[in-house]
Design a protein around this ligand. Structure first.
Ligand code: A2P
Length: 328
């Protein structure tokens, strides 16, 4: 539900007081430069699991608050609301970095998928087009999540995500997409894609679930070596995140006099990933943009190692096929 954008929580008041007395070193949002030489703001705005009305209001508020990077997808069912909010914000289209994603039932016909995305969003081009999952689902039934009789997903086993990517890389030539990338990719799948001789364009971005309990250090290192930007979806650990209550996060929040959420997001920017926090709450939308802190390296490193104590934890897993998330 959309909440009053002007509501002030204790934590956002603390954040303002801290700023005034200058106790904390606050992070100033920056842009990264993609391989295609276009700028991508490091803090993006996530819109998954938001109704149309919440999406419209929260995207509008996010833009008013300074966000210039909005992330949506066909399957979020809110592209139309995102497009409307961008238009109504009166910020010129070229100042907003807009991402949407190719849904799994469009792998065999990504051109049709793209045309629908442009229509839904009401835009002429998309700044970043991402393959949502490395899984092609059967499009024949006209449903988003086709299932077999036994309840498993109806996956097109004869199709590969490599073929889908090759069809998508053609879209870069006509300017309808400015950058191309993939989501929910393991290092193994990324290497399969890169090693294919027909892959002409190295993805600009890999967008995965990333937070301290799913840091994906090896993949991040590999992507950095190729100038591929990694984006973190669910950087807070998604709805009702247990990460907020981890002892180390709580203690660090006390040290920097911010909230656990701010620490989680600050870790994301400290390790040079793009972060895509989602919120429909006014005070949080602002705090997630303005209230991040510059972590000391010692603290960033401490969070890098949290999985040694707690193990890894994935909060978002649609369970398409066993090998989508299987670690290498
Ligand atoms: P809400 O949308 O009701 O504000 P993620 O970005 O990891 O997917 O997490 C999204 C979840 O985290 C949503 O439930 C969102 O709630 C909540 N959330 C977003 N920002 C904050 C924040 N600063 N403090 C606490 N919870 C937050």
């Amino acid at each position: 539900m959309y909440k009053n954008p002007f509501e002030s929580t204790l934590s956002s008041r603390c954040c303002i007081i801290n700023k005034i007395i200058n106790m904390t070193n606050y992070y100033k949002p920056v842009n990264f430069i993609l391989k295609n030489n276009r700028a991508i703001p490091q803090i993006g705005f996530g819109t998954w699991q938001a109704s149309d009305e919440d999406t419209y209001n929260s995207v509008l508020l996010a833009i008013e608050s300074g966000y210039r990077h909005i992330d949506t997808a066909y399957i979020y069912k809110n592209e139309e609301a995102v497009g409307r909010a961008i238009k109504d914000s009166l910020i010129p289209r070229e100042e907003i970095f807009l991402t949407t994603k190719l849904w799994n039932t469009f792998h065999t016909n990504p051109r049709a998928g793209l045309e629908k995305r442009l229509r839904n969003l009401g835009v002429d081009y998309i700044d970043l087009y991402l393959m949502h999952h490395p899984v092609a689902l059967n499009p024949d039934y006209g449903v988003d999540r086709p299932r077999n009789a036994d309840g498993t997903y109806d996956v097109l086993k004869e199709w590969t995500f490599v073929k889908t990517y090759h069809l998508c890389q053609e879209f870069l030539a006509n300017g309808k997409i400015k950058a191309l990338g993939v989501c929910n990719f393991t290092l193994k799948n990324l290497k399969i894609l890169l090693n294919d001789p027909a892959t002409k364009y190295i993805p600009d971005v890999v967008q995965n679930e990333i937070h301290p309990l799913l840091p994906q250090h090896e993949l991040l290192k590999f992507c950095s070596s190729l100038d591929i930007v990694m984006e973190a979806f669910s950087p807070l650990g998604s709805t009702n995140s247990p990460l907020f209550h981890l002892k180390e996060i709580v203690e660090m929040a006390e040290k920097y006099k911010v909230t656990s959420a701010q620490i989680l997001l600050s870790w994301g920017v400290w390790r040079r990933t793009v972060i895509l926090p989602k919120s429909v709450t006014g005070s949080r939308i602002k705090m997630n943009f303005e209230g991040l802190v510059v972590l000391e390296d010692e603290d960033g490193n401490k969070l890098d190692l949290l999985t040694e104590k707690y193990g890894t934890k994935r909060f978002v897993d649609p369970q398409y096929t066993a090998d989508v998330y299987k670690e290498d």
